[in-house]
Ligand binder design. Sequence first.
Ligand SMILES: Cc1ncc(COP(=O)(O)O)c(C=O)c1O
Length: 379
Amino acid sequence: MMANVKVPYLDLKAQYQSIKPEIDAAIARVLDSCQFVLGSEVAAFEQDFAAYSGTTQCIALNSGTSALHLALLAAKIGPGDEVITVPFTFVASVAAVLYAGAKPVLVDIDPSSFTIDPAAIEAAITSRTKAIMPVHLYGQAANLDPIVEIARRHGLVVIEDAAQAHGAKYKGRPVGSIGDMACFSFYPGKNLGAYGEGGAVTTSNPEYARAIRMLRDWGQDRKYHHVLRGYNYRMEGFQGAILRVKLKHLDKWTEARRAIVRQYSDLLVDCDIETPKEMAWGRHVYHVYTLRADDRDGLQATLAAEGIQTGIHYPVPVHLQPAYADLGYGPGAFPHAEKAAKQVLSLPLYPELPSQAVAQVAEAVKRAVGDKTQIVGSR
Ligand SMILES: Cc1ncc(COP(=O)(O)O)c(C=O)c1O
């Protein structure tokens, strides 16, 4: 059971307090204009976020799941097609493929980055494969060069699931600009979070962008002329206005996250756990700080008893979830994903987290798991 919370996993109020006048003014603008769905604030956010992501187009939507769904539909992926992605992700990555009527084909992760193992992709390609969907898990880019190279060789579309990776870089380039399309979530706890649901697709392909713009708004090319079977996936005006304000602060918040991560990793260096690694190919934006511990559940319980909230991203890989049993993969199908699901634990992390709280969490972790140097020394 959780003792009184001393260090919360996330504190959205602290961030709101730090930018309250700007947010309140943005909300007032939407109230004044009464543009509650799409409208000028959403259009302006689309321009800002496309520029931030290094693409010519951004289409704002009502969730990251909708973004994945419409990216797949824009690529004309449907029944009879296969999409390659990973089992170690939030369930939406796989669910979106099923929304499109296609079949998710899963491959294991590379255990050091927690992202798709490019070496496992080629064996999963069949004549029905249409796309590869790497997930930039925890805020770290997947190893995109070999993925794009394989995709080009086989004529496949690359759809980046960048839901957790706003501002992450791959070899100096922003994620969202490297695949054919990329999908972002603005769920409130994300690095760039709305005050409600939100999502977007970024792309520099005008045809994909046009299809997604129509599909988010009932497939209309003009009012009441439905050329595609579309959806109600539009972004709300409030969310566009709020996201525009928050985007201006994102790089500063990412730097704050990275400083906290350095503090955690320095303090935990001799601990009997594995701290997260930033791969040489990119700039990690640390949506979450996820360590590996052999006795993860014990560590989580000990921290909870000290009032420290943690998260598990994710305790059960998608292929072992009851709802997805019919994908046909059993236990043992993806050893790296299954091992990660047993070991991972995410520590409190948000830009406003005070450094004494970081020290307090690290101390509690150290006490709980012990010190590697002492264990080795005592043998
Ligand atoms: C990797 C990943 N993909 C997709 C999604 C779906 O985004 P949303 O919750 O905005 O629908 C999420 C977010 O929760 C996610 O973490």
